[in-house]
Design a protein. Structure first.
Lengths: 336, 535
């Protein structure tokens, strides 16, 4: 019998009687990473990578029953061996490898194949069944190397400094923010919004080597921010707060910025196609490297991507999950 | 090419006119001199003949990227632009090039005379030497379809700013006949080519919509009121024994309207008339839907000449005996215009657009209510001492339109938009009730706020019943009031009629789908409009 089934509560392993990234509260949630669509409050217990725990502590509150596991260890639940492999998506993000009587299944959560310099780089894992995302599962999504994008961001910041504009980068608190901080460290002072600063403190306490940033407080002068780099989460992107800065120029860092329509839809001054999800070649290379006999596609351009996999001889099926929300909704509410 | 690509990116990134003008002015300071006339030509819609069929270009892109055709189509639906889709799916370039924009354009033009294999080799090689952004520009150059949100006025303002030349003169010179390969930027801006050109039209003076009460305009005696006619704004130019008819879209349409050719014999040289091309039968202006039968046809048959005879209602006189009158006041120009029209031997084809007499604003408001009965869209208000401006200038000319027609409909299909809106369901199809069925009457994609679009978008996502490629059939629940300017019979539409300029007036959250209008309501309206203007 199959190692995993897709239920209306999440991805279920019957042999082990636990769920991976369930969206309804259950007994045990094996958690790939800390983004809100992959982990919900209310499970009796969580099993996650060591560096995902600080995220859960901060986002779900203290006092939860959270067990952690580093990348190179394995535990067993009801005879099912569980281990974590780096997914390269954000700090602590993991692919979950399940093994039962020689049958191997890997649930990748969200992943990217490029080394972002701050998350442990993605590692392909051979398996019989692979569960993949397809957030950017169209051939129009091909990322430029991160160095090239960072050069563009730096040029933009320097242009803003010349024109007395405040550079405001819009980035997810978990993931993109740390990646930007790491990539822009030393170029200019970095000022971050509370939600990012809080998470960073947790990471630093857990031993992550994050460059220095400043928490934005009421005492910091606008002129100071203007000379530095400001990083805020998408929730603040169109609010008053940014309007109050000295001549704010906003830059969105997201894979959706690859397409002109995506850039123009959001009224930002600049768009940088930098994503924590695998691009089209990344998805294909990752999937091929698993040598999986069957690939389930959970979110993103699921129908298109799995149709294509079948055409190139990789048996695939799209499954309905609540990850990534709907492809359309996600673009509206969040910046991936 | 690189500098031009950068310009396009700057233009796309900003929503502010001033930023765009600054970016354009900077470009015209820094760019290669030979490139500049090409860019002006491109932005003013002077496009060379398409060197390669779009379907072929698409085919080559699919071949080169190694993806199946359906996947290309799927990508296209998500990008909303063919040139961009191609630029994104191609494999990364193998080499780089420093070719200039004008070199690319000239090469593309000369491609026309080559065979398909040569064209293919050229384009594949170009793709292999350009980065994604440059490829996008290159593909746009092939298609000749460069819509980038730069209006003529904006371009002219930027050129004026950059060159220190008066904007009227620049508008004049860039609207004329010139070839980017034959004129230098300096000569173009200076208008070196313009004087020799008999066909030369003037930039139209345009009106703003009047949103305030007309009483805010002050004394009635300062104003001239005319009907606002619903046809094609046109300019008739007679110089040196030649006659030219220009449409508002800056197209020469002389051949389309033989009824007006008598003017070649009857107008003095050095005359330019501004007016409206209309269908006029037995002295009555006919509905726009009737004029439409005469537009953009290569040949005109007898029944079309008979059913939709053309007339020209003159508004203004821009040139008289070779003198530019635009610096004279409307009162002076109108007086001369009346003389010019009175002197025509052929009567009733070219006529004065009548001045509407009124004693006070309330009376004019009442008169305006009758506009529909004579197939007019409302009232034009022009200040008697106004000069003839190039383009729009606030304060002197106002259009005071009557309210549009409206109909309550229900949304039945939604499709993703294009361009800025490619990620959302923004293009909707609306239906009215026909017995117990729903029947499509309009498609519209404007009129909602971004917030409402988001709301409708999530409704579509949650309530999609069926998928047909990019189109979703949705539960008929959301009621929208559709505004439109006219209604015409149509054999192509299932409803048997078509609405003109339909757009969303309001989202009627207060109404349910069973409260919408019926097809019979619209048929009745159609019959009434066809009766107008009948003797």
């Amino acid at each position: 019998m199959a190692l995993i089934t897709f239920t209306n509560k999440g991805i279920y392993c019957k042999q082990g009687d636990f769920y991976i990234d369930p969206w309804k509260p259950l007994n045990l949630a094996v958690t790939t990473h800390g983004h809100a669509d992959h982990v919900k409050w209310g499970n009796n217990a969580y099993l996650c990578h060591t560096l995902t725990k600080p995220v859960l502590d901060q986002r779900l509150g203290e006092g939860l029953k959270i067990e952690t596991l580093p990348y190179d260890k394995e535990i067993s639940i009801n005879g099912v061996k569980i281990s974590f492999f780096p997914a390269g998506h954000v700090i602590g993000s993991s692919q979950v490898r399940l093994e039962y009587k020689g049958e191997v299944c890997v649930i990748s959560g969200d992943y990217k194949t490029e080394n972002d310099g701050i998350s442990t780089p993605f590692e392909p894992v051979k398996c019989h069944t692979f569960v993949s995302e397809s957030t950017f599962g169209l051939p129009i999504y091909k990322w430029q190397p991160q160095e090239t994008v960072f050069e563009r961001i730096k040029d933009w910041i320097s242009g803003n400094h010349d024109n007395n504009k405040t550079s405001v980068l819009i980035a997810y608190s978990l993931g993109k923010a740390q990646r930007l901080i790491n990539g822009l460290a030393g170029y200019s002072d970095i000022y971050v919004h509370n939600s990012i600063a809080n998470l960073n403190e947790r990471f630093i306490a857990a031993g992550v080597n994050l460059p220095e940033t400043h928490r934005i407080t009421a005492d910091i002068k606008k002129e100071t921010l203007q000379r530095g780099i400001v990083i805020v989460p998408p929730a603040l992107a169109e609010g008053r707060w940014i309007k109050n800065l000295n001549h704010a120029a906003t830059g969105i860092c997201s894979g959706w910025m690859q397409v002109r329509a995506g850039r123009r839809w959001r009224s930002a001054d600049a768009g940088f196609a930098m994503s924590d999800h695998a691009d089209w070649p990344g998805l294909l290379s990752a999937i091929k490297a698993t040598e999986a006999e069957k690939v389930y596609v959970t979110h993103g351009y699921t129908a298109t991507f799995s149709k294509y996999l079948n055409e190139i001889g990789i048996a695939s099926e799209e499954v309905k999950t609540q990850y990534g929300n709907d492809e359309e909704d996600e673009k509206l509410e969040e910046v991936a | 090419m690189r500098r031009f690509t950068e310009l396009i990116q700057q233009l796309e990134m900003s929503n502010k006119t001033n930023d765009k003008i600054a970016a354009l002015a900077e470009y015209f300071t820094e760019a290669d001199d030979l490139d500049k006339p090409y860019v002006i030509a491109m932005f003013t819609g002077k496009r060379p003949k398409r060197p390669v069929n779009t379907a072929l270009v698409k085919q080559w892109a699919i071949e080169l990227s190694g993806i199946p055709e359906w996947l290309f189509a799927e990508s296209y639906h998500n990008v909303g632009d063919l040139s961009e889709t191609i630029a994104l799916v191609l494999p990364p370039p193998a080499h780089v090039t420093n070719r200039k924009l004008h070199e690319w354009i000239n090469d593309l033009v000369s491609l026309n005379s080559n065979d398909e294999a040569y064209k293919k080799a050229f384009i594949l090689d170009a793709w292999d030497s350009l980065n994604t952004q440059e490829r996008f520009i290159f593909n746009k150059l092939i298609s000749g379809n460069f819509r980038i949100g730069v209006s003529n006025k904006m371009l002219v303002n930027a050129l004026a700013k950059q060159s220190g030349t008066e904007s009227n003169k620049i508008m004049h010179s860039i609207m004329g006949k010139w070839q980017p390969s034959e004129i230098s930027y300096i000569d173009l801006i200076a208008g070196a080519h313009v004087n020799t050109d008999n066909s030369w039209p003037y930039p139209f003076c345009l009106a703003y919509a009047l949103e305030a009460e007309p009483s805010s305009l002050g004394a009635v005696s300062d104003w001239q009121a005319e009907w606002k006619w619903d046809g094609i704004r046109g300019q008739i130019v007679k110089r040196n024994g030649e006659l030219f008819i220009w449409s508002r879209g800056e197209e020469l349409v002389t051949e389309q309207f033989p009824e007006l050719h008598f003017l070649l014999d009857e107008l003095e040289d050095g005359t330019v008339l501004d007016g409206e091309i209309l269908s006029v039968k037995d002295g009555n202006v006919q509905a726009f839907s009737i004029l439409q039968q005469r537009l953009n046809r290569k040949t005109i048959n007898k029944s079309q000449l008979n059913d939709a005879p053309i007339g020209f209602y003159t508004y203004d006189l821009l040139e008289h005996q070779g003198h530019d009158l635009r610096e004279d006041t409307l009162a002076v120009r109108r007086e001369l215009l009346e003389k010019v029209i009175a002197a025509l031997a052929t009567k009733n084809v070219v006529a004065l657009s009548p001045v509407v007499d009124f004693k006070n604003w309330d009376q004019l408001a009442e008169i305006r209510q009758d506009a529909r009965n004579i197939n007019s869209e409302g009232i034009m208000l022009k200040k008697l001492d106004s000069l003839y401006h190039s383009g729009r200038k606030r304060g002197d000319w106002w259009k005071w339109k009557i309210n549009p027609y409206t109909v309550d409909t229900v949304m039945i299909y939604a499709q993703k938009g294009s361009g800025r809106r490619a990620s959302f369901f923004t293009d909707y199809t609306f239906a009215v009730r026909d017995g117990d069925k729903l029947i499509t009457v309009a498609k519209a994609y404007s009129g909602l706020t971004d917030k409402e679009i988001k709301e409708v978008n999530s409704f579509v996502v949650k309530n999609a019943v069926e998928k047909f490629g990019p189109v979703r059939t949705v539960k008929p629940e959301l009621v929208f009031e559709i505004a439109f300017e006219g209604i015409a019979e149509s054999k192509r539409h299932k409803a048997g009629l078509a609405l003109r300029f339909p757009r969303i007036a309001r989202w009627r959250k207060d109404k349910k789908a069973d409260e919408i209008n019926t097809l019979d309501d619209l048929r009745q309206l159609l019959n009434t409009t066809l009766l107008y203007g009948q003797p």
